[in-house]
Design a protein around this ligand. Structure first.
Ligand code: HEC
Length: 250
């Protein structure tokens, strides 16, 4: 007669055994699965290769037609992906382009403050940037003043002297942001962003000037640079990285 309170040795052995059997079965199933897949490998590779080629061909065809697989319809050129998730290495949160360019531009404007003043109003030997036709007008003209300096009459016809070139060591981002800052400060309200791409063009144009290395004159400005810089304008509300000013996907 068996004591029901006493653990049954046989039973507990059985438990271990069935446990082991379970593990064995699971391993066998996994093995079989691998073998199965292995067995089908040549076929599936074939299918994948053929299917892949068809997909690529179709993608190219559609892509050329501006259709389904056109990368640019999903990701705009020049955009970078913001880091996913709110992890520790996620950078500072994106800001509106206008705000980001203005903040950076205020720092670059330190180059100009000594002459044009923190309020941009100039005074004495320096012209005001508040309401300046050449700061507010076509972006190519403004950019060439900043990069090369200016001599002779200013936009008002008044001659102050010579503004020295400011382009040395100025990155496209610096130039774009300081131009954006001037065009949206001191009462100036363009509401537009001069982009890094436009500023890069400005630097190219400056380097290609016939009289590169000398300050621009009113005559040159109005005969050769009386236009906006080429480049895609950036919606002021586009989200950008506050440091690099590169647009980010959200
Ligand atoms: C060393 C002094 C000095 C610095 C620094 C300087 N400027 Fe000037 N700027 C001048 C002078 C002087 C003129 C007028 C030159 C003339 O009479 O031809 C001028 C003219 C201008 C004009 C033309 C204004 C008009 O309406 O005709 C603009 C725009 C301008 N500066 C922008 C800037 C910006 C932006 C910076 C900084 C990146 C800057 N300047 C840095 C001295 C300076």
């Amino acid at each position: 007669m068996q004591d029901s309170h006493k653990p049954d040795l046989d039973d507990s052995l059985n438990v271990t055994e069935s446990h082991e059997r379970l593990l064995r079965d699971a391993a066998a199933v996994a093995r079989e699965k691998r073998v199965d897949e292995g067995g089908q490998e040549p076929v599936s590779n074939w299918i994948f290769a053929t299917g892949g080629l068809i997909a690529i061909a179709a993608g190219l065809a559609l892509g050329h037609a501006g259709g389904l697989f056109d990368y640019h319809s999903y990701v705009e050129p020049g955009y970078v992906r913001s880091s996913l998730g709110g992890g520790e290495d996620a950078g500072p949160p994106p800001v509106d382009a206008l705000k980001g360019y203005m903040a950076k531009g205020e720092k670059v404007f330190a180059k100009c403050v000594g002459c044009h003043g923190p309020d941009g109003k100039g005074g004495g030997a320096y012209p005001s940037l508040a309401g300046s036709e050449w700061a507010m007008g076509p972006t190519e003209r403004f950019s060439q003043i900043v990069l090369n300096g200016l001599t002779g009459p200013t936009s008002t016809g008044k001659v102050f002297g010579v503004m020295p070139a400011q382009g040395v060591g100025m990155s496209p981002t610096d130039l774009a942001s300081v131009m954006t800052y001037v065009r949206n400060s001191f009462g100036n309200e363009k509401g537009e962003v001069v982009t890094e791409g436009m500023a890069a063009k400005a630097i190219e144009i400056s380097e290609g000037r016939a009289n590169a290395g000398t300050p621009v004159t009113k005559e040159e400005l109005n005969s050769e640079h009386l236009q906006d810089l080429p480049g895609e304008p950036l919606d002021p509300a586009t989200k950008v990285d506050p440091v690099s000013l590169a647009p980010v996907e959200e």
